[in-house]
Ligand binder design. Sequence first.
Ligand code: TYD
Ligand code: MG
Length: 452
Amino acid sequence: MAKAKTVFFCNECGQESPKWLGQCPGCKEWNTFVEEKITPIKVKQHNIGLERNEPKKLSDIHMLDDKRITTGINELDRVLGGGIVIGSLVLVGGDPGIGKSTLLLQMCKSLADNNKKVLYISGEESLKQIKIRAERLNVNGNNLLLLCETNLTNIEEIVKKDIPDVMIIDSIQTMFKEDISSAPGSVSQVREVTNILMQLAKGLNISTFIVGHVTKDGSIAGPRVLEHMVDTVLYFEGDRHASYRILRGVKNRYGSTNEIGVFEMRDKGLVEVSNPSELMLTGRPTGVSGSVVSCSLEGTRPMLVEVQALISQTNFGMPRRTATGTDYNRVVLLMAVLEKRLGMQLASCDAYVNIAGGIKINEPALDLGIIMSIASSFKNQPINSRTLVFGEVGLTGEVRAVNMAEQRVIEASKLGFDTCIIPKANMKNLKIPKEVKVFGVENVNEALGLCR
Ligand code: TYD
Ligand code: MG
């Protein structure tokens, strides 16, 4: 047997190094290197596809793409780019307890109801535990097979014997291959297991979903290690204290990546939220300064959010600035624009900017909303609660065009907004409902003038 060798892996991105490093040169994270023993094994050719591999003409390759399987959950379908592509490998990442197993089990339910053969492999929970959850979610069905297994060799055997249409691996960090000496969840195990799963998926046309926990403590490898190996990466995120969850497409070989799906966690499982704007705006105060509604575009869907700002006199020499849900540096930059171009004395003020609802948005179209909320709080002048504001703000205080302005205005009109302040450059060829008054502005000063 070849001599065992020790190497160091970054838990975040899988970078390999012969010696321990404090900072990973790949992803620049600190303290992520862990030691792993690897026994060099003879590389076996996994040839699961039954035919021999030979070059093929592009025109001879038959498209499977048009045969997407719809999951029955619209929000999930949209994030996947219109359904599950046959033979694709999808990674679903997220913090433990966020609802990944729940989402996938619900997906299994509707797939099984549509006569798809589904195999749910769990390495985390016993069959009984899954059954309890399934009863809670009202899942039953003869097409849904459950398996508690962590050894990949056994899984491979079972899958090859009875090929499912869709397979769920919950989670990748519990699966192991015996040939590799390191513990389940280590970088080399996670990589090798994913590699085999990929061959199974492509060779036998099984659409595979892999659950990956995101961890910071470093004992198990994070999903970033395998991001580059899979076709689609989805992250399930949300505030633990809030009930809604957002499924975000980070990488997608078969569709757009900016799409999000919004769900709400109830006692009977996840429920789709088809109108997230309404959810984001619930409980919004009216007639107070520092609150303004802006519109962000997530993929192809506009979403209204409330931007809040609180400006108060500072008690310290160094004013405090915080930004929750948006980029801190952007807020500081926008405050500098207000100070320089509009002469607002913000240097002696603390500023707190928050996107209500706990959602994170980094779209430049929110700039004008942030500026207006800061100005509104500074002057203590409320902005009409039925006014929508969006536009990118440049360093000279100019308001620049954003994409898909029309959709944003239409979304606002659906929710009863009657005034929109938008970039002037977006006014050309704008087809919008008659009920909405739209003002095009060229710079921040003009926008603030409209609210006086
Ligand atoms: P789970 O899917 O087990 O999370 P993950 O697989 O990402 O680790 O979700 C567990 C959480 O969801 C748990 O805190 C309880 C909550 N939950 C509900 O609120 N309602 C439900 O119907 C279910 C099944 C779970
Ligand atoms: Mg789980």
